[in-house]
Design a protein around this ligand. Structure first.
Ligand code: AKB
Length: 316
């Protein structure tokens, strides 16, 4: 029975990943940690601040952890609001995790992002091996983190694996403080008020992915044989790309929605990110496949968010 630690377990990806890992390996195999815990969680959950290196190490030793999904992170907008915390949390805690993984032979996962790319990157579709000159602190921590992962693999043999997540659309966790998160917030506003103010331009197309695909990719790369993992920085990962305008059109097939576009500092970040991603290396090396297209994503989000907030999804 594996002993799995998930940090940042109640954020956007963790909320769903913990559930999938519990179903796959059994509830007792998974320990979900974060700096705040939800009230109605079923399973093992504990407070853990990953910026406290000694506590992190002791926690791993005490619980005989053999696998870590290190998800604790600020996103792009949160990072710009607090660059020092972004550096300490996104990169400092990754270094702690890699040191622990090296010393205790732990297999680990760490998420990178499309934020690793920047204005000088080659785009459309964005190749795996690329110029990485991001201009957000979030992007800087992702590029440095990718290189650190590769360094620990080459120097110490740490089995660390990573993907560059596109914008993840999920409904279980809160709406995170990022740029692609407009595409989550829109469902809450559409269902509650029938109106949405968008901080991006109508044609700001970005790579996106439904949470189920993101979880399949995360567990998929961790289950692949170590020999198959040719890239030890981070794999490009792609599913669907859409603009706010395209998403609005799809939502309007289901419910009425009025939208005002007021592009602001979020658009400045989006301007530096790719529109489409070439993820052929992930498909070739460990069999990555996406399954959820835009109409399906919109249907699921309308149903799940309406149930979560207790309003009609317009179909009943
Ligand atoms: C953000 O927008 O900051 C994140 C990301 C793409 O990494 N969702």
């Amino acid at each position: 029975m594996p002993k799995i630690l998930v940090t940042g377990a109640f954020g956007q990806i963790g909320s769903e990943l913990v559930n999938s890992l519990q179903n796959k390996f059994g509830t007792d195999s998974v320990i979900a940690t974060d700096i705040h815990l939800p009230k109605n969680f079923v399973g093992n959950a504990e407070i853990l601040d990953v910026c406290d290196a000694e506590k992190y190490r002791q926690f791993v030793v005490d619980n005989k952890i053999d696998t870590i999904y290190h998800l604790a992170s600020l996103l792009s907008v949160g990072g710009e609001a607090n660059p020092d915390l972004a550096w300490t949390l996104n990169l400092g805690s990754l270094k702690t995790m890699l040191d622990i993984a090296r010393d205790h032979k732990i297999k680990c996962f760490w998420p990178s992002s499309i934020a690793a790319f920047g204005k000088t990157s080659l785009y459309d579709p964005t190749p795996q091996h690329n110029i990485l000159e991001p201009t957000t602190i979030y992007g800087v921590t992702k590029v440095a983190g990718e290189l650190l992962c590769q360094y620990y693999f080459l120097k110490y043999g740490v089995d660390v694996r990573s993907v560059r997540y596109p914008g993840i659309i999920q409904y279980k966790g809160d709406v995170g403080n990022g740029t692609t998160e407009y595409a989550i917030a829109i469902f809450y506003d559409a269902l509650k008020t029938g109106k949405f103010e968008c901080f991006l331009k109508p044609d700001a197309k970005l790579p996106m992915m439904f949470i189920d695909d993101a979880i399949a990719a995360t567990i998929g790369i961790m289950e692949a044989s170590a020999d198959a993992i040719e890239i030890r920085t981070s794999y490009n990962l792609s599913a669907i790309s859409f603009s706010p305008e395209k998403l609005v059109q799809e939502i309007r097939k289901n419910i009425a929605l009025k939208v005002k576009y007021k592009p602001d500092h979020h658009q400045t970040i989006a301007d530096t990110w790719p529109k489409t991603i070439d993820d052929s290396e992930a498909r070739k090396d460990w069999g990555w496949k996406n399954t959820v297209d835009l109409p399906k994503l919109v249907n699921i989000m309308l149903k799940e968010v309406s149930e979560k907030i207790g309003v009609n999804d317009g179909k009943k």
